[in-house]
Design a protein around this ligand. Sequence first.
Ligand SMILES: *[C@@H]1O[C@H](CO)[C@@H](O)[C@H](O)[C@H]1NC(C)=O
Ligand SMILES: *[C@@H]1O[C@H](CO)[C@@H](O)[C@H](O)[C@H]1NC(C)=O
Ligand SMILES: *[C@@H]1O[C@H](CO)[C@@H](O)[C@H](O)[C@H]1NC(C)=O
Length: 345
Amino acid sequence: MNRYLWRILKQGCMLLVIIWLVFSVLKHFAYVEEYGGSKSQHEEGSVNGFKKGNRDEQHTGSSNAIPFMGPSNKTKQEHVKMKKDKKKQIEERMERLKRICKEFKDSYEYKHPAVTTKSIQLMQVSLDKHTLLWCSVLKAGFSNFRDTFNKLKAKRTILKIDMKLSHKKITNYTIRLLNVRNPWERLLSSYWDRIMTNHKPPTNTRNKWGRTMMAKYHNLNPKKIKYDDINVTFTEFLQYIVENPKHNRGHLEPHWMQYFESCKPCDVPYNFIVKTESLTEDAGFFFKQLGFNKNPFGDTERKNRAERLEKSYKDVPSWIMKRLITIYYWDFRLFGYDIEPPHVV
Ligand SMILES: *[C@@H]1O[C@H](CO)[C@@H](O)[C@H](O)[C@H]1NC(C)=O
Ligand SMILES: *[C@@H]1O[C@H](CO)[C@@H](O)[C@H](O)[C@H]1NC(C)=O
Ligand SMILES: *[C@@H]1O[C@H](CO)[C@@H](O)[C@H](O)[C@H]1NC(C)=O
């Protein structure tokens, strides 16, 4: 009897082991397939260059490069459809922002006195018969818009908006524009353009922050570093941001300041969000809405940056990545960007 039970138990155990083995083999294949799938999607390239990051853009299938809205070989129906898709996409961005703002308003970051009491600077742009309000985020399509506005002879005025602002005064501007970009891309772009590029005449960002970073991580006297010799690694640049998140009189430098702080998207009711990842189409639609028949924006070529992004973040220590995620958490969430560090994709 005992022996009989023992045998059943043994067989049962063996059966369990076999089931477990089969299961893990299946799981392994499932993983490979999933990984392979996302990878090929990743490499496929798109207008975004970082497609996976744009969750809200995936639904609308915009990744199939809606081309420039100006003259092309498209039929009229195709143009109408494109316009409808873009309109829907922009509406989805607004809806998402509204939804995540509810969460954000309960957060520590939103209630932080440095954020709530600080006034922000918005641009008033007088263009044709329109006067619009624009939160011009640097390293996120700012210069393209600025150049286009200049080309159109628009008048730009900086407005200081404090948080006791009258809602009426803001909604008096019927077009309230905000430009954003995937925060991982923006950081990389800021590093190359604002710290590493030897601009002449000297730029304040490289001269001040590049120098400070170099002095700190290379143990040098900042006064003895020549402007031309400023050279820090991407990791050092990021480390400086996470170790000194309040380095500019309590705030980050404007080229990498968070959107939630520089534009207050949950207090200022923006109604037009353009993304760098789809800048040409977004801007084309924007100017069409303003009544321009010919797109003044021109084509901005977007290269596939996914690979470069992955390479640049690959060697950044995970403790820095984690802290960056904390610092930019709400920027990722509010605008539907993938929070996952690029090298994990
Ligand atoms: C438009 O048509 C011309 C002439 O048929 C062709 O050369 C061109 O490549 C087309 N452009 C696009 C974007 O399809
Ligand atoms: C709203 O805009 C109009 C014209 O653009 C201006 O005359 C008026 O003073 C503005 N109202 C407020 C409250 O700013
Ligand atoms: C910066 O320093 C690195 C490593 O020391 C070097 O390989 C690179 O060429 C330098 N870059 C510039 C622009 O000086």
